[in-house]
Design a protein around this ligand. Sequence first.
Ligand code: MLT
Length: 410
Amino acid sequence: MARVNENFLKLKAGYLFPEISRRVSAYTDAEPEKAKKLIRCGIGDVTEPLPLAARSAMKEGVDELGARESFRGYGPEQGYEFLRKAIAENSYHGLGIEAGEIFVSDGSKCDTGNILDIFGDGLKIAITDPVYPVYVDTNVMAGNTGEANEAGQFDGLVYLPCTAENDFTPALPSEPVDLIYLCYPNNPTGTVATKEELQCWVDYARENDAVILYDSAYEAYLQDPELPRSIYEIEGAKECAIEFRSFSKNGGFTGTRCAFIVVPKALTGATESGERIALHGLWARRHSTKFNGVSYPVQRAAEALYSVEGKMQIKKLVEHYMGNAALLKAACEKCHLTVYGGEHSPYVWVKCPEGVDSWGMFDKMLQDAQVVVTPGAGFGAAGEGYFRISAFNTRENVEEVCLRIAQVFG
Ligand code: MLT
């Protein structure tokens, strides 16, 4: 009998973003005329064209594949040396991360889910709440949780609430945990962590023999040079943290697909009998067994993002989306809505008006303003009472969204 993985049955609703699409499709069927005005500020998907540096490099890469002398078949699973070196030299300049500790992949969503393959069963896992839903759902699929309660919280996970009351800064777990997911700049709240705050996490992880899974997909949006872009800016992090980064949100690669993960060679986990095992070797084995690498032209395109022109073009993209975030934040504030984030992040996290819950706000924005947002509750129980507006859009659309916010709440 082909028995199924029953852990999947614990996942009550669909994955958040497909669920939003389903509701938007239902609205479009019911209100086809109004739906023509829809503006999507739900999923954080980029809208601006791929930087010229990346496009040119990608075209050259394709041409190389078109000539026998420069044709390439399978590449190294962990990524071409040229890209791993560019990442080490640029993204980790002065932080002591070597090219060999970097693994190129097709996305951080996949990486943050797949990383669970190298960890054992029965681990205590800490997750900030609200959170990028992939961390929770992949743990459910892997059998690391029990059932969900009515609020959608899974038995067995250690939830670390991030609310306005604690300034969206999670407290250290009150019990020892083995894995900790952190994401800064934070998705969905748009808040940041200082070096001192991250140092507390690194110290905690080292004292408790825990591993931090640090998602830094939005680091390009940090506006303050004092704020850490990488967990490896923190002393001791190479002994306790894995970092996830992506070219999706800085270089506009959400459709192009390229990301990477850093697994330092000094980082170890333990076997049941207490033997220390390097996680780098386990991930290398996993990656080369289950993955065949990102395509050559795409890796050339990612490398080009580190060129002088590439860096300038990324800066322009980030300025564009941050300009959008500032407009959205100001429009909400003008309507006396309480707003967080949007200063070092492309996400604006808004408190729902009194008496409306987050799916209620999703419906109101859809029906009254034809604007798609993301309900905070979709990111976890502590996200109830908030909604997220993504600043990934054209300027024209964002200006229109601001007008509609004023009409609905002004
Ligand atoms: C989001 O909207 O939270 C992200 O864009 C989703 C993702 O990166 O997978």
